[in-house]
Design a protein around this ligand. Structure first.
Ligand code: NDP
Ligand code: 8X3
Length: 252
């Protein structure tokens, strides 16, 4: 019998998602890697194909139709998704609520919340049918604690935490594990996106050692490699320098 598992990772072109793809490939997990930047998906596929089978799905999680047709298009050997990692997401802007940009608000709610729902809706039916599966939602410390100017991003991540709890309750009769992994500051392209390439983004991870995407990938792999009776339901992880959303010990 082939016990090899298949994982679908959204947002696999960068940061936490990409590091998770590399980590899971080391453990011989078959991969479906997703994102909008096709060139990057192809590069990652080429690098990981020495270790495991890799299929790429190139879609925008905001595009409902594209999400469903991408999942529908999976070849037979990738059709059974055992592990869904809802990771695609970002912050857009850091402004007080009275000065926030509506386009930024739309992007965060559409990607971080609705995109996660669309992908989940496309994948969950096969898990309920098989009465097995594992869903990992990448929340954030921002989903536990609101910080100044974080308003809509924090709301989107509070929604991810709430949806994780809702999924865990509703999918419990089917034996499906659901978890939220909630990191604090992780050094990825996150701040480049949040600050739209402005130089301020370069300073976010200066003066202390932030979490690296591989640190989060380690925790994701730990969660998915527990025995069948164990579900790591919710993890809050910080780098040692970070005590809360607003308290980070920096070297002078
Ligand atoms: P990156 O910017 O490095 O990666 C974001 C990933 O999301 C990319 O692969 C990107 O792919 C994908 N993505 C973004 N928008 C879309 C979209 N519309 N459709 C499809 N894919 C999309 O950031 P991180 O790795 O840091 O972020 C990953 C997750 O971790 C996010 O949910 C983020 O909120 C969360 N997080 C990040 C923290 C941090 O400090 N970095 C801390 C806590 C949580 P592409 O552009 O190719 O589509
Ligand atoms: C990312 C962490 O503190 O930049 O979710 O919001 S933070």
């Amino acid at each position: 019998m082939n016990n090899k598992k298949t994982a679908l990772i959204t947002g696999a072109t960068s940061g936490i998602g990409r590091a998770t793809a590399y980590k899971l490939a080391q453990h011989n997990i078959r991969l479906i890697i997703c994102g909008r930047r096709k060139e990057r998906l192809l590069t990652i596929k080429e690098a990981l194909e020495k270790q495991t089978e890799v299929h790429i799905l190139n879609f925008d999680v905001r595009d409902k139709k594209a999400v469903f047709s991408a999942i529908e298009s999976l070849p037979e050997s990738f059709k059974q998704i055992d592990i869904l990692i809802n990771n695609a997401g970002n912050a857009h802007g850091l402004d007080p609520i009275n000065k926030g940009d509506i386009e930024d608000w739309d992007a965060m709610m559409d990607i971080n919340v609705k995109g996660l729902l669309y992908v989940s809706k496309a994948v969950i039916p096969q898990m309920t049918e098989r009465k097995s599966g594992h869903i990992i939602n990448i929340g954030s410390s921002a989903g536990k604690e609101v910080y100044p100017k974080g308003n809509v991003y924090c709301a989107s991540k509070h929604a991810v935490v709430a949806l994780t709890e809702g999924m865990r309750i509703d999918l419990n009769p089917y034996g499906i594990k659901v978890a939220a992994i909630n990191p604090g500051l992780v050094e990825t392209e996150f701040s480049q996106v949040r600050f739209k390439g402005e130089t301020i983004a370069d300073n976010v991870y200066k003066g202390y050692k932030a979490l690296q995407p591989e640190d989060v990938a380690d925790v994701i792999y730990f969660a998915i490699s527990r025995p069948p009776h164990v579900n790591i339901a919710d993890v809050l992880m910080f780098c040692t320098a970070q005590a809360s959303s607003t308290i980070v010990k920096k070297e002078k």
